[in-house]
Design a binder for this molecule. Structure first.
Ligand code: F6P
Length: 554
């Protein structure tokens, strides 16, 4: 192993993962479990489907359809203990700088802490700061929602465009879609993220500039895509409004940690909503980055969402690991990633409003745990973050489920469903939920050749119609997709990611892997725009692509 390069942290006292006793025991144990079928596990324990469930904060998790035994669970929980998960959770909630590469605390949990709590960062209680910003957001949201905040020509705001990318986009757009039922239908919300000009052009094509408010959301306020879109938005506004520079103050607000850059852009910092370096971009949808969410659903519902987050934070912080939903979810994903060679994990919400939830989770999970170096700076010798992907049900059933049912890969699935529909129409909801239960049943138990034959299938067709089964899944059931329920669901996955990252001993809170591409793009932009033929110093493929693009665009 390479020499450690990171500064020492409490976590570095823990043995390398593959040297941990529970890990070694799991390696041996996995050999036995791999041969076991879920049919056998259920047949041997008639109460398994009731036993392997847990409920907290209004979320019900059925994890019985996983390829685990009681011994697997015992060992996974032991792994969590031996990995120092308890200490690391405490360290996060205490505001310790567990993001060691950026020397930052990791305190998204402070964003939803009640007013009377105290969480210290460098000796300062940050909870009052959080509530100050929430109050400022509330006052602003109320003014926009009741028409008091008017645009340059005195008209109320009807269109709200959030400009941001990554965590400054995916959370807001996901939450807007998820909570659309609770949103003001007379306000139009659009989200611009891509530097592809089409994104901006399509977002505003039917908007009047004097009724449009832009929220420029960027933690750093230097992100290429966001700043390019923000400048384009300003040009569009000024063009549509007769060039009055003073209109910018009425049509632009900012959400950022960088007041200097906000002011440079021309946004009055009185109209800036702040947050802090201890909020990671992908953990920021409940900070001021959620301003568009608050404008859509109103301050009261936004606070209900925060309360949902907080309930799961408290559960994660205090519940014993064997009844701790995020811990169990995290451990199960480690089980499949490291002991079953599962490459991916599917997120399957049976709730149309959660259509952007898998995309949101992709950043949360993969930017967090897509790491190959431990906190001590050593290269891992095990697999870390799986690929998260998914689509809402039942649509996925008619496209990619075939591969999960009868392909050659193991794809653990998380099914997410709600008991009540926000749009109860005839039989729709029973049909939807019947599909959730049917899919998890089919995945787990499949269909044997005997069963297929008994249906009168000709022999030659039997192999094609057999379902191997033994495909694991979790089912997460909640009552109804309310703002609070959304907060709970997001917090569940945030802490699941934390659990995974702790076991894998990686820093789930930095993202150095996105830097190289960004830097190279900055070098290539002038090469594409240069009036004269630039001297190119890339590899032959990149040089050739640049030359071809330059030639064809002429
Ligand atoms: O993609 C890298 C990243 O830094 C994300 O982590 C972040 O959410 C996104 O870019 C946007 O950053 P910012 O909010 O600073 O514009």
């Amino acid at each position: 192993m390479a020499t450690p390069v990171a500064e020492p942290t409490p976590t570095t006292k823990i043995a390398p993962l593959t040297g941990i006793e529970a890990w070694k025991a799991l390696e041996a144990h996995a050999q036995q479990v791999r041969g076991l079928h879920l049919r056998t596990l259920f047949a041997d324990d008639p109460r398994r489907g009731e036993r392997l469930t847990v409920e907290a904060a209004g979320l019900f998790l059925d994890y019985s359809k996983n390829r685990i035994t009681d011994e697997t669970l015992r060992l996974l929980l032991e792994l969590a203990h031996q990995s120092g998960l308890r200490q690391r959770i405490d360290a996060m909630f205490r505001g310790e700088k567990i993001n060691i590469t950026e020397k930052r605390a990791v305190l998204h949990v402070a964003l939803r802490a009640p007013k009377n709590e105290s969480i210290l960062v460098d000796g300062e209680n940050v909870v009052p700061l959080v509530h100050e910003v929430l109050d400022k957001m509330t006052a602003f949201a109320n003014r926009v929602r009741n028409g008091e905040w008017t645009g340059h020509t005195g008209k109320p705001i009807r269109n709200i465009v959030n400009i941001g990318i990554g965590g400054s986009d995916l959370g807001p757009v996901m939450a807007y879609e998820a909570l659309r039922h609770f949103s003001r239908r007379d306000l139009n919300f659009r989200f611009v993220s891509n530097v592809d000009g089409t994104d901006f052009a399509e977002a505003v094509h039917d908007f009047e500039p004097d009724e449009t408010l832009f929220i420029v959301s960027s933690k750093t306020f230097t992100t290429l895509e966001t700043m390019t879109n923000a400048h384009t938005a300003r040009t569009w506004l000024l063009k549509g409004i007769g060039g009055h520079q003073s209109s910018v103050a009425k049509h632009f607000v900012a959400v950022s940690t960088n007041a200097v850059e906000v002011a440079k852009f021309g946004i009055d910092t009185a109209n800036m909503f702040g947050f802090w370096d201890w909020v990671g971009g992908r953990y920021s949808m409940d900070s001021a980055i959620g301003l568009s969410t608050m404008l859509a659903i109103g301050p009261e519902s936004f606070r209900a969402m925060l309360d949902g987050f907080h309930q799961v934070d408290e559960h994660f912080r205090t519940a014993p690991f064997e009844r701790n939903l995020p811990v169990l979810l995290g451990l199960l994903s480690v089980w499949y990633t490291d002991f079953f060679d599962a490459q991916t994990l599917a997120i399957l919400p049976y709730e149309q409003y959660l259509k952007r939830f898998p995309a949101y989770l992709q950043q949360l999970t993969m930017e967090s745990n897509g790491k190959h170096v431990t906190l001590s700076g050593n290269t891992v010798d095990y697999v870390t973050g799986p690929i998260y992907w998914g689509e809402p049900g039942t649509n996925g059933q008619h496209s990619f489920y075939q591969l999960i049912h009868q392909g050659t890969r193991l794809i653990p699935c998380d099914f997410i469903a709600f008991v009540k529909s926000l749009n109860p129409l005839g039989q729709h909801h029973d049909m939807l939920l019947a599909n959730v239960f049917a899919q998890t049943e089919a995945l787990a138990f499949g269909k044997t050749p005997e069963q297929v034959k008994a249906e009168g299938t000709p022999d030659w067709l039997v192999p094609h119609r057999v379902f191997e089964g033994n495909q694991p899944s979790n089912t997460i059931l909640a009552e109804e997709l309310t703002p609070a329920a959304l907060g709970k669901l997001v917090a569940l996955y945030e802490h699941c990611v934390f659990t995974q990252g702790t076991i894998w001993q990686v820093n789930s809170f930095d993202q150095w892997g996105v830097e190289l591409g960004k830097a190279l793009a900055q070098r290539i932009i002038p090469e594409l725009e240069s009036k004269t033929e630039p001297k190119l110093g890339h590899d032959s493929s990149t040089n050739n692509l640049i030359r071809r693009y330059r030639k064809q665009k002429e």
